[in-house]
Design a protein around this ligand. Structure first.
Ligand SMILES: NC(=O)c1ccc[n+]([C@@H]2O[C@H](COP(=O)([O-])OP(=O)(O)OC[C@H]3O[C@@H](n4cnc5c(N)ncnc54)[C@H](O)[C@@H]3O)[C@@H](O)[C@H]2O)c1
Ligand SMILES: OCCc1c[nH]c2ccccc12
Length: 271
């Protein structure tokens, strides 16, 4: 299998590519998009309280042929409507029509109220109560993680962060801290160098490496992210793109390819 499942510090396995549901409201809508992803090789769905599509995600999960145990479901505490963590997880499970989620994340450190240790103790209770098999964080920096780990009984399984070559140097301390502490990094917006910041120093090496592999530049960015040990959370309403991302799991970049992407990434910051 190209995108191998990754073992979390909770003992559970997480599929290393996920379909993200943020902004799936347009066009087909979230139900059809999630069903399309589940029908095209994705068995990991990423949603959040803030995305306001947990109910539609739940419908898609019911309508798919895959059974509950075949799909890894992540949702997040986003502080929506000022609700606390115990209330939010119960609402999310009710919206999704599930008894538990595979992963529950604190969407951002600013949502950890009144402070990170108190918030994390509530997350630990969510796992103790069997409402989430694993718990984690999103958008946490090194200082945030240090504060959390200092008081934690259960370390976060995952930190979902922005990661692509233009921010790699800036994010590297997060990756290093996570690796030392057994926390898996999940990368969102891996395609920004193509979708939002084309015309920069990455264009040349990405195009050259893509031509060498007979691949698209999107696939090379996915392979780079995978090579950094990160799980990828991506999205598209287009079936062919979704299939392309899955196929990118077969691409193994050489050390020289990775070094060329790192070097070009370090030359240009995200625009
Ligand atoms: N935790 C967080 O704060 C956070 C933040 C952002 C995203 N996310 C999660 O990550 C998921 C994916 O985020 P993303 O959409 O930024 O990821 P991404 O960088 O993988 O981009 C995917 C988007 O790029 C488009 N795309 C692909 N190839 C393209 C091309 N050649 N030209 C133009 N557009 C192209 C796709 O159609 C899709 O809309 C979200 O749905 C969400 O679940 C989480
Ligand atoms: O996850 C995508 C970014 C995002 C959308 N709504 C949010 C609420 C809290 C933190 C992050 C987000």
């Amino acid at each position: 299998m190209p995108w191998e499942p990754i073992k979390l510090n909770s003992g559970y396995y997480m599929p290393s590519i996920a379909f993200g549901t943020w902004k799936t409201g347009n066009g087909q809508g979230p139900i059809d998009q999630v069903k399309q992803a589940l029908g095209n090789g994705y068995n990991h769905i990423d949603t959040a309280q803030a995305y306001k599509n947990e109910e539609e995600t739940g419908v898609a999960l019911k309508e798919t042929e895959l059974s509950r145990s075949d799909v890894f479901v992540t949702t997040k505490y986003s502080g929506t409507n000022g609700l606390d963590i115990p209330t939010s997880i119960k609402n999310s499970l009710s919206n999704l029509g599930l008894l538990d989620v595979d992963l529950y994340l604190v969407h951002a450190p600013r949502l950890a109220v009144p402070d990170i240790p108190t918030c994390w103790a509530q997350m630990e209770k969510v796992q103790d109560d069997g409402l989430a098999k694993s718990i984690g964080i999103s958008n946490f920096g090194v200082k945030d993680m240090e504060t959390l780990v200092a008081s934690a009984r259960i370390k976060p399984a995952v930190n979902q962060i922005l990661l692509h070559p233009y921010v790699y140097e800036r994010q590297k301390p997060i990756l290093e801290y996570a690796a030392k502490n057994g926390i898996i990094i999940e990368a969102y917006s891996a395609l920004i160098p193509i979708t939002k910041s084309p015309g920069g120093p990455l264009d040349k090496p990405l195009n050259e490496i893509a031509a060498k592999f007979g691949a698209t530049t999107e696939q090379i960015l996915m392979a780079w992210t995978k090579a950094k040990g990160a799980v990828v959370v991506t999205s598209s309403s287009k079936r062919t793109r979704l299939q392309g991302y899955i196929a990118a799991g077969d691409i193994t970049l050489s050390a020289e390819d990775i070094a060329a992407i790192d070097a070009a990434g370090a030359l240009g910051e995200e625009k």
